[in-house]
Design a protein around this ligand. Structure first.
Ligand SMILES: NC(=O)c1ccc[n+]([C@@H]2O[C@H](COP(=O)([O-])OP(=O)(O)OC[C@H]3O[C@@H](n4cnc5c(N)ncnc54)[C@H](O)[C@@H]3O)[C@@H](O)[C@H]2O)c1
Length: 374
């Protein structure tokens, strides 16, 4: 099948691309490398697939680009591109959520409505539920608690609408706190691992007793790719049920895996944060014949292993950037001396690396609250 994956360079998108290629599909990815988090992480996500003969990537903005070029010949769309993040959706940033989550979804549906697609898979979120109960099922009356949740719900409604009016084969999958290698840098486990590696305290909003149904990324990818052929058109389905745990339980597992105990700073609960997200997976199991299987410890071991390499490579890049400063005032004598034994450069690099590490710790202390995207 020729599949268009939007948000292909992102956390979930890059895993989906790799899985589709492994299954023999032809994949066209679109991503504008949105500045919400660094392009460098998204580029790293794509390294394993970039040279695959059946993969093409277009670096463009789905809100403005001519979609006709990417939709030509497309048989299915997996629509993951979005502006994520619950807390950032309040205030003046809301326009980014409206554009990337609602407008882009409407554009894709509108422009592909006569393309005879086999599937349009939409990435929704458990954030559409709000605080409506401990265990969340698809037929509940829902009430999003954040502007982000409102925009993801609007995307679901648009999918339902195009399904009803244009018989588009849409399905909306509500993801629950996805984690694993490649996780976004604003998300809780990424932050926690990073702080543990930098020996900085963990910052937690609320008392840490909030429950999340942490779902391992490979399990989510399994459901997304099955949605291309499963009998799920017109449905809204929870994709969760991996490992419900409180944030404190999750940090305890991470401490055990890393062999390090960490100080924790508790901050006031944030607007938009819900108390509990646990997925009822009855519908998921009925329609897909499966549900997430990876337990939290197993998944966290994999994320931790990935994070160790990721943080090391990021730290090295930062050190190099800091060490390679443009020379504005050249002292020729000093330069000749430094060339002679190379010691000065090494010392400067070490000093710069130390400075960056110190600076990073300071920044992390101030700006490293977790988010448990739901
Ligand atoms: N990660 C989770 O726990 C989680 C939970 C629920 C729902 N979701 C949903 O799953 C999807 C993927 O999430 P993720 O965590 O991989 O996020 P991500 O930010 O890593 O990936 C989204 C990608 O979309 C791209 N993008 C955004 N706007 C775009 C635009 N206008 N044009 C082209 N590309 C654009 C970004 O550059 C990014 O690479 C999103 O729709 C998100 O709302 C994620």
């Amino acid at each position: 099948m020729k599949v268009l994956v939007t948000g292909a360079a992102g956390f979930i998108g890059s895993h989906v691309v790799a899985r589709l290629l492994k299954e023999g599909h032809e994949v066209l990815g679109v991503d504008n490398f949105d500045i919400y988090y660094p392009r460098s992480q998204k580029e790293k996500n794509l390294i394993p697939v970039l040279l695959h003969p059946k993969f093409k990537l277009i670096d463009d903005n789905l809100a403005t680009m001519a979609l006709i070029t990417v939709l030509k010949g497309t048989e299915a769309i997996i629509h993951l591109a979005a502006q994520p993040g619950v807390r950032g959706s309040w205030g003046s940033s809301f326009h980014r959520y409206v554009t990337n989550n609602i407008h882009v979804t409407q554009r894709l549906l509108e422009e592909s409505k006569s393309n005879k697609l086999k599937r349009f898979v939409y990435a929704s979120s458990s954030s559409v539920y709000g605080d409506v109960g401990e265990v969340l099922h698809e037929e509940m009356k829902i009430q999003p608690k954040s502007p982000y949740g409102v925009t993801k719900l609007a995307g679901e409604h648009l999918c339902q609408l195009y399904n009803l009016e244009y018989k588009m084969p849409t399905v909306s999958l509500r993801f629950f706190s996805v984690y694993g290698p490649g996780q976004r840098p604003d998300m809780a486990f990424h932050r926690f691992c990073q702080n543990i590696l930098h020996e900085a305290p963990l910052t937690i909003y609320g008392d840490g007793k909030q429950i999340r149904d942490f779902t391992y990324v490979d399990d989510v990818v399994e459901i997304i790719t099955s949605a291309l052929t499963a009998d799920v058109v017109g449905q809204v389905v929870n994709v969760g049920g991996g490992s419900p745990a409180t944030l404190l339980e999750a940090t305890a597992i991470l401490e055990e895996i890393s062999g390090k105990t960490t100080a924790k700073t508790f901050l006031e609960r944030q607007k938009g944060d819900v108390f509990s997200t646990r997925a009822d997976t009855t519908k998921l199991e009925r329609l897909f014949g499966t549900k997430p299987k990876t337990n939290l410890r197993e998944g966290l071991v994999r994320e931790w292993e990935w994070m160790k390499k990721f943080v090391l490579s990021e730290d090295e890049e930062q050190s190099i950037k800091a060490a390679v400063q443009p020379i504005t005032d050249v002292d020729e004598a000093a330069l000749a001396e430094s060339r002679a034994d190379g010691k000065a450069h090494k010392k400067a690099s070490r000093k710069a690396a130390k400075a960056v590490k110190g600076k990073k710790k300071a920044v992390l202390k101030e700006t490293s609250p977790e988010t448990t995207e739901t």
